[in-house]
Design a binder for this molecule. Structure first.
Ligand code: MRU
Length: 352
């Protein structure tokens, strides 16, 4: 799986425009900070780790646009752009994590001899964020592959693949690793209403990788479970609170409840950059509300009577007690999650 949704080439930022898939594979340049913000808001680039990586490079784009004359001007430009990019989407914590890391790095390098030198250092830091994410995804895949048994069925929701990260993915990394180990298995991909990340993106990715995939309507999940087609559910995450409550694409909570009802293990695959130990529980996670039109006239076709409103939260929160384990780059975290998560982050960064 060689798909890389965020490309930093000759000091220029490009992304795969995910709104065009699967009909068209197109790389588009993001040459101003407003374009980076718009690409994130419009889901041209999406998925928690990918948002973080894109925002890190977005700060470089902001510096190129501003062309600061001094280190002080450059630091101001970084702060301004970080505040602006942080407003693109509220739920995926990786966005804020990456922006804060770049900002702290910039201020810790205030002794750079020139704005140009600071830019070069920040460029290396953004590349490090990207490369560390790829390494985490590889480890998540390696740790998770043991959960996938030969001949089994696995259900996933939304897209937690290469397109949602710097490369390889989180939930899909588990499948790529199992596939590389020669295991055969079948993936059921929820289509993921209303924006169809499962049907458009997950199915596209798995097909590229030669992994057998069948798309189902979201409301078919219970039936495939009852028919015994699924032995494992794995999703990604946008933000995980200190107690393990997990925000992910709307519909994930329903899937976790169904998995419990059918005694099928429900796993969440995510790097530690997706954990927000400042939040005690999932009730504190901000949930993005998206426009009605994504439901009432998704993909250009009006499917709801004129004048009828829609309710369109982009994410829901799965309570920790429904999660069998968190597949991270440090291994699989098991309950009790408050202790397991605190152990990963150390005593000074644990929940309030
Ligand atoms: O609205 P999206 O497409 O950005 O939502 C993405 C998800 O919910 C993913 O499952 C999550 O970010 C995990 S990505 C590895």
């Amino acid at each position: 799986m060689n798909v890389r949704p965020i490309i930093w080439r000759d000091s220029q930022l490009f992304i795969i425009d995910q709104t065009m898939l699967p009909a068209e594979y197109r790389e588009i340049p993001l040459d101003c900070v407003a374009a980076v913000w718009e690409a994130m808001r419009a889901l041209r680039v999406r998925g928690a780790p990918a948002l973080g990586v894109c925002a890190a490079f977005g700060l470089l784009v902001a510096l190129q646009e501003r062309a600061p004359k001094s280190v002080r001007d450059a630091l101001n430009a970084v702060d301004e752009a970080a505040n602006y990019l942080a407003t693109a989407r509220p739920t995926a914590v990786n966005l804020f994590w990456a922006l804060e890391r770049m900002q702290s790095f910039a201020h810790a390098n205030a002794e750079a001899a020139s704005a140009g030198e600071l830019f070069e250092r920040l460029e290396r830091e953004a590349c490090a964020i990207r490369d560390e994410d790829t390494a985490c995804c590889k480890k998540i895949g390696a740790f998770g592959a043991e959960l996938l048994s030969e001949g089994s069925g696995v259900l996933t929701h939304c897209n937690a693949g290469a397109l949602a990260t710097s490369a390889y993915g989180t939930a899909l990394a588990v499948m790529y690793a199992a596939h590389e180990q020669g295991k055969t298995f079948h993936v059921y991909a929820d289509e993921t209403r209303p924006l169809l990340q499962g049907a458009r993106l997950t199915a596209w990715e798995l097909m590229q990788a030669g992994i057998e995939v069948t798309v189902i309507c979201d409301n078919t999940a219970a039936q495939v479970m009852r028919e015994g087609r699924v032995q494992l559910v794995i999703t990604g995450a946008d933000r995980i609170a200190a107690n393990g409550d997990t925000a992910n694409k709307i519909g994930t909570y329903a899937l976790a409840v169904l998995a419990r009802a059918h005694e099928i293990p429900f796993y969440v695959a995510a790097p530690l950059s997706t954990f927000d130990t400042a939040l005690a529980h999932g009730g504190e996670i901000p949930i993005e509300q998206r426009p009605d039109e994504e439901i009432t006239e998704g993909f250009g076709e009006r499917t709801v009577p004129d004048g009828v409103r829609a309710y369109n939260p982009a994410f829901d929160v799965t309570p920790a007690h429904l999660v069998a384990g968190f597949i991270t780059e440090r291994g699989i975290l098991r309950p009790p999650y408050d202790a397991a998560i605190a152990a990963c982050f150390g005593p000074n960064t644990v929940a309030k």
